[in-house]
Ligand binder design. Structure first.
Ligand code: CA
Ligand code: CA
Length: 145
């Protein structure tokens, strides 16, 4: 499956809206990247994509990447150093498990939206929304090969 076809247009819009809503609660910046398949360790690959998307370019180093590969349904969530200093792996495990519950029954968009919403809730503790907030990283889903 091509990455682009994992979600239909309505679902893409719903995911991007979920990111916009989540970012009203936190200064953290959430991105979703979808590829068709991932042949290497999914966390390593997500870290590579994080750098490729220049997600380090946030003031507070609080970017979060949700990476999904369409064919093998691999999933990774990684946060930048600003977040990593404050939270443990458990922080993301809960989000990942919630998303995987949805994925297992084929509800990809729902899973992404739920994971994004929960990430926003969790991030606000450490990175509350600021009144002078800037949308530092695009809310649009990015697609790879
Ligand atoms: Ca922002
Ligand atoms: Ca954003």
């Amino acid at each position: 499956m091509s990455a682009y076809n994992l979600l239909n247009d309505t679902e893409k819009a719903a995911v991007e809206d979920a990111i916009a809503q989540a970012e009203l609660r936190t200064s953290g910046e959430i991105r979703v990247h979808i590829e068709s398949s991932c042949s290497e360790d999914v966390l390593d690959h997500a870290a590579f994509i994080f750098a490729e998307l220049k997600m380090h370019k946030t003031r507070d180093r609080n970017g979060v990447l949700i990476y999904v590969s369409a064919d093998d349904r691999k999933l990774a969530i990684i946060g930048d150093t600003g977040i990593h200093e404050k939270v443990h792996d458990q922080f993301w495990k809960e989000v990942r498990d919630l998303m995987l519950d949805h994925f297992k029954r084929g509800a990809i968009a729902e899973g992404l939206c739920a994971g994004i919403a929960l990430s926003g809730e969790k991030l606000r503790t450490y990175f509350p929304y600021q009144s002078d907030d800037v949308d530092e990283l695009s809310n649009e889903i990015s697609f790879g090969a």
